[in-house]
Design a protein around this ligand. Structure first.
Ligand SMILES: NC(=O)c1ccc[n+]([C@@H]2O[C@H](COP(=O)([O-])OP(=O)(O)OC[C@H]3O[C@@H](n4cnc5c(N)ncnc54)[C@H](O)[C@@H]3O)[C@@H](O)[C@H]2O)c1
Length: 340
C-alpha cells in the first residue's frame, strides 16, 4: 500500500549528488516532498560538480547524509532513522568503459551496495523501490527497438552485467518478500548538470577548447539520447504505480508473478552520432575537429527503446528533441563555466 498522504511520506533518493539523482531530488522538493539524499561523493568525476548540485538542493525538506551504499551498518541506520516509504535508488558506479579499468568498484557499489538497499527495503516494508538499470543490458542485441521482453543474457561489459544482476536480485526480493520493485532501463541520458564522462559534455568541452573529439566506430553509432527532464517525469509518474503481480508471467519477461516490473525509459527516436555532433556544432557555431576511431571494447553500436509499457502504464512518452536538449545543455555549460 502506498502511504496515503503523499506529502507526509519520506522519499529516499540515493546518488543525490549525481546527475539523475540530483534532478529527481530537485523535482520532488519542488513538489513539496520530504527527501532524504545519500551519496558517497566519490571522485569518479569532479567532486565540485557534485557539491554544486547538492548546494541547489538546500531546502528545509531535504536532508543529506554522506553514506556509501556498501556500508551495511550505515544503510541500516539510515533506514531506521528516516523510515522512507519510497526509495529511488540511483547511486551506482556508472560508465561502461570504466568497468574495464576498475571492475571491483562496480561489484562494490552496484552489487554489494544494491543488496544493502534491498535488505533495508525488505526490513522496513518500503512501499516501492525504484532503481536504475540500463539500456546496456541489451548488449549486442540486433532486434530494434529493444523491448523489455527481449532476452538480455549477453551483456558485453561488467557494468551491464551488474545492472542485469540488479534486476535479478530485485526479482528475488519481489518474490520472497513481496517488495514492489521497478527497474528502469535508462537510455543515454543528457542535459544540464550532466556527467563529464559522457559524450555531450566531453564534445562540448573539447570543441570550445579547440581540441579534436574522439568519434568511435567512425561515427557509425546510434543512440536513443534521452533528455533529463523526460527521465525525471517518467520516474515521478511511476512512484505511485508500484508493480502488481502478473499471473501470466512467462509470456512477459519484463513482468512477473511477483510485484516486479522493468521499464525502458528512452526517447524512442535513435539519433546518429554524427547528427548529434552536428546539433552541438550548430549551437556552438563551431565545427568540430573529428578523430574517427574504431569501436571501443564494451560498447554497442546502437540503442533504441521500445517504450510501449511506459505509455500504457503512466501515459507518458519522452518528447524533447535533440536540438532543444543540446541547446539547454550548452546554455547551462557556458553559464556554469563562465564562458561567453
Ligand atoms: N546517465 C545515463 O545515461 C545512464 C544511463 C543508464 C543508466 N544510468 C544509471 O542511472 C543511475 C544514475 O546515473 P547518473 O548518470 O546520475 O550517474 P552519476 O555518476 O552522476 O551519479 C551516481 C551518484 O552515485 C554516487 N555513488 C556511486 N557509488 C556510490 C556508493 N557506493 N554509495 C553512495 N553513493 C554512490 C556517485 O558519487 C554519484 O554522485 C546509475 O545507476 C547509472 O548506472 C545512467
Amino acid at each position: 500500500m502506498i502511504t496515503p498522504n503523499k506529502n507526509e511520506r519520506t522519499i529516499l533518493v540515493t546518488g543525490t549528488a549525481g546527475f539523475i539523482g540530483f534532478h529527481v531530488a530537485r523535482r520532488l522538493l519542488h513538489m513539496g516532498q520530504t527527501v532524504i539524499g545519500i551519496d558517497n561523493l566519490n571522485d569518479y568525476y569532479s567532486v565540485k560538480l557534485k557539491q554544486d548540485r547538492l548546494q541547489l538542493l538546500n531546502n528545509s525538506q531535504f536532508i543529506f547524509e554522506k553514506i556509501e551504499r556498501e556500508d551495511r551498518e550505515a544503510v541500516t541506520a539510515l533506514f531506521a532513522k528516516h523510515k522512507p516509504s519510497v526509495v529511488i535508488d540511483l547511486a551506482a558506479q556508472a560508465g561502461v568503459r570504466y568497468s574495464l579499468e576498475n571492475p571491483f568498484s562496480y561489484i562494490d557499489s552496484n552489487i554489494v551496495g544494491f543488496i544493502n538497499i534491498l535488505e533495508a527495503c525488505r526490513h522496513h516494508h518500503v512501499d516501492h523501490l525504484i532503481y536504475a538499470s540500463s539500456s546496456s543490458v541489451y548488449g549486442m542485441n540486433k532486434k530494434m527497438p529493444f523491448s523489455v521482453e527481449d532476452n538480455v543474457d549477453h551483456p558485453v561489459s561488467l557494468y551491464a552485467a551488474t545492472k542485469k544482476a540488479n534486476e535479478l536480485m530485485a526479482h528475488t526480493y519481489s518474490h520472497l518478500y513481496q517488495l514492489p520493485t521497478t527497474g528502469l532501463r535508462f537510455f543515454t541520458v543528457y542535459g544540464p548538470w550532466g556527467r563529464p564522462d559522457m559524450a555531450l559534455f566531453r564534445f562540448t568541452k573539447a570543441i570550445l577548447e579547440g581540441n579534436p573529439i574522439d568519434v568511435y566506430n567512425h561515427g557509425n553509432m546510434k543512440r536513443d539520447f534521452t533528455y533529463i527532464d523526460d527521465i525525471v517525469e517518467g520516474i515521478i509518474r511511476l512512484i505511485d504505480h508500484p508493480p502488481v503481480p502478473n499471473p501470466i508471467m512467462g509470456l512477459h519477461p519484463g513482468t512477473s508473478h511477483a510485484p516486479y516490473k522493468i521499464y525502458n525509459i528512452g526517447n524512442n527516436k535513435p539519433v546518429k552520432l554524427l547528427d548529434f555532433i552536428n546539433a552541438i556544432e550548430d549551437k556552438l557555431g563551431i565545427r568540430a575537429k573529428k578523430k574517427l576511431l574504431p569501436m571501443q571494447d564494451g560498447d554497442v553500436p546502437a540503442t533504441y527503446a521500445n517504450i510501449d509499457d511506459l505509455i500504457r502504464d503512466v501515459g507518458y512518452k519522452p518528447d524533447t528533441s535533440i536540438e532543444e536538449g543540446v541547446s539547454k545543455f550548452i546554455d547551462w555549460y557556458k553559464d556554469y563555466y563562465g564562458i561567453k
